[in-house]
Write a protein that binds this ligand. Structure first.
Ligand code: ADP
Length: 533
């Protein structure tokens, strides 16, 4: 017997409808490319999304079609999010930091026939035109480039909207329909397309908004530093609409001074991004002696956050740091380091140690750490194994790929982790980055964390070097903080006091900078390649 409750599909359009009806005047603030501030609201965002949906329909976009976007975080990109998914098409966000060949490969694989781009990315698209024959129409989300010849039909976003009706009835789609497409950044292989459904997107937004997650409320002003092209900005555009939070979009200006200015002037209470951005902001705040007056919660994920950054924001700025874990394949939020009653009592070093965890599972996803035979390892905080995940917003396959990535109904993450008795998981490494020395494993992340806790070190990377006797031994590459002073010998002594002797790197090298991937992670593949490893 079925229950007698209404059945309404879980649709992305219902988020913007709700935000318009019940939080219509709540602001959506966005920094324009020229630095000026653009003020809009949820009602205005909804109105313009309806206009854009009409314009896209006029241009021939049909349900299921992929519509590409190549842009920073700003109001037009947000409108595109809601217009494209709302009308039943698939919002395909593309990371402009990928190699041009990868961008061409992704556009061709997704068969984007139409794409919305920031003006500065039009030349990039022109240079790829031969390789992306599918793409013919480009809507420019800003001033059109001069009268140069173009391989595409270039259209002005604002002109399109001006001529479009404000009436659009969002279709009542099947909630399993595709809403968005995001390719993995290819850290561990060629980019693969993760195809989110309306249902998965909505349930993920709900989970992200919960008090024990990033916690969104109608009293919050939320600023996603994480780009709209990086796994749907970790759900910010959806969770903010769901909760009726004010949304603040920083565009491409992510340097310390610009970010600080926006966090203060818009009284931002909640933000999230990768560790490298917080490192930059920390350096700016330290150098200028500035205080964050309104920020309450700072989410950090995508990579393990160096401890000095966590301590700085918690202890000096009195901001609660929320480390989290996820992947493009998990929408992405699948774990957050929010305390249970026991952890809420922790202070000082004990709290900081606990903040080194990557998080616990919210309702809706399940996490498990297993051994080589897929048996769960003890939850003792020290036995490591392979992390696997399943749930309502975990991918079950890749777009237009035959191979089934699941094993026994679980998604194997490729990460190695430990889990403690309270269910807090900590990533110790990507499986392929672990260093196997004399039959024992060394965690490169752990070594990097210890090295980066030295006051003179800004960033550190550890990779395995082949060794005739031990199999592999660690090589530590370190970037010195501006004005910092230390030597390989002194750093070695520092490490000696903090890690097991056999973990000590065989070599320590100082480098000017370290390569990062398009999503801000240490690019260990590039480091290995540079050294012919
Ligand atoms: P990619 O496309 O490079 O895989 P993702 O953003 O999907 O990009 O990256 C997911 C990976 O990032 C995870 O599998 C994990 O290795 C790493 N990662 C994410 N969060 C953390 C974290 N808190 N600590 C350590 N590693 C993390």
């Amino acid at each position: 017997m079925f229950g007698l409750m209404m059945h309404r599909p879980l649709l992305v359009s219902s988020l913007i409808e709700h935000a318009d009806r019940h939080h219509g005047e709540t602001e959506v603030v966005s920094r324009e490319a020229d630095g000026s501030i653009h003020r809009s609201s949820w009602a205005e965002t909804h109105r313009r999304a309806r206009q854009l949906a009409n314009a896209l329909q006029e241009l021939g976009v049909k349900p299921g079609d992929r519509v590409g976007t190549l842009g920073w975080n700003h109001h037009r990109h947000l409108e595109a999010y809601y217009a494209i998914s709302g009308m039943g098409a698939v919002c395909h966000t593309i990371n402009p930091r990928l190699f041009p060949e990868q961008i061409a490969g992704i556009v061709a694989h997704a068969e984007d026939r139409i794409l919305l781009a920031d003006p500065q990315f039009v030349p990039l698209l022109e240079s790829l035109a031969d390789r992306i024959a599918c793409l013919r129409q480009v809507i420019v989300m800003g001033p059109l480039p001069g009268n140069a010849e173009s391989a595409f039909r270039l259209m002005d976003y604002e002109a399109l909207l001006k001529g479009a009706s404000e009436r659009f009835d969002w279709p009542q789609l099947d909630e399993r329909s595709a809403a968005a497409l995001c390719y993995t950044s290819g850290t561990t292989g060629k980019p693969k397309g993760v195809l989110y459904s309306h249902r998965s997107t909505l349930l993920h937004a709900w989970a992200v908004a919960l008090p024990d997650s990033l916690s969104f409320s109608a009293c919050d002003a939320a600023l996603p530093v994480v780009p709209l092209f990086h796994a749907n900005a970790w759900g910010f555009p959806y969770a903010a609409a769901l909760a009726g939070s004010k949304l603040v979009l920083p565009n491409a200006q992510l340097d310390g001074a610009s970010l600080y200015g926006l966090l203060e002037s818009e009284r931002v209470t909640l933000t999230a991004g990768v560790p490298t951005v917080w490192n930059q902001l920390m350096q700016y705040l330290q150098a200028e002696g500035r205080k964050l007056h309104y920020l309450k919660r700072l989410g950090v994920g995508g990579a393990a956050c160096p401890k000095p950054i966590v301590s700085y924001f918690e202890d000096v700025q009195q901001v609660t740091v929320l480390p989290g874990w996820g992947m493009t394949e998990t929408s992405p939020v699948a774990a957050l380091t929010q305390p249970k009653a026991r952890q809420a009592r922790l202070r000082g070093d004990a709290r900081r140690k606990w903040l080194g965890r990557s998080g616990r599972a919210p309702f809706g996803v399940d996490l498990e750490v297993v051994d080589e035979a897929d048996n769960p390892v003890p939850r003792d905080g020290t036995t490591f194994g392979h992390l696997r995940v399943r749930g309502h917003w975990v991918c079950s396959g890749y777009y237009r790929e035959e191979a089934d990535p699941l094993v026994g109904g679980w998604f194997p993450t490729g990460d190695v982790a430990v889990m403690d008795r309270d269910g807090f998981m900590q990533i110790t490494d990507r499986a392929k980055d672990m260093i196997k020395s004399g039959g024992e494993w060394i965690s490169s992340i752990e070594l990097e964390q210890v090295a980066a806790s030295h006051p003179a070190i800004l960033e550190a990377a550890v990779i395995g070097m082949p060794h005739p006797h031990w199999g592999e031994r660690p090589l530590l590459l370190a970037v010195m903080r501006p004005g910092g002073e230390t030597s390989a010998e002194a750093l070695r002594r520092y490490l000696e006091q903090r890690v097991a002797k056999w973990w000590l790197p065989d070599r320590i090298e100082f480098v000017e900078s370290l390569p990062h991937t398009a999503t801000g992670k240490l690019n260990k593949a590039a480091l290995r390649l540079e050294r012919g490893l």
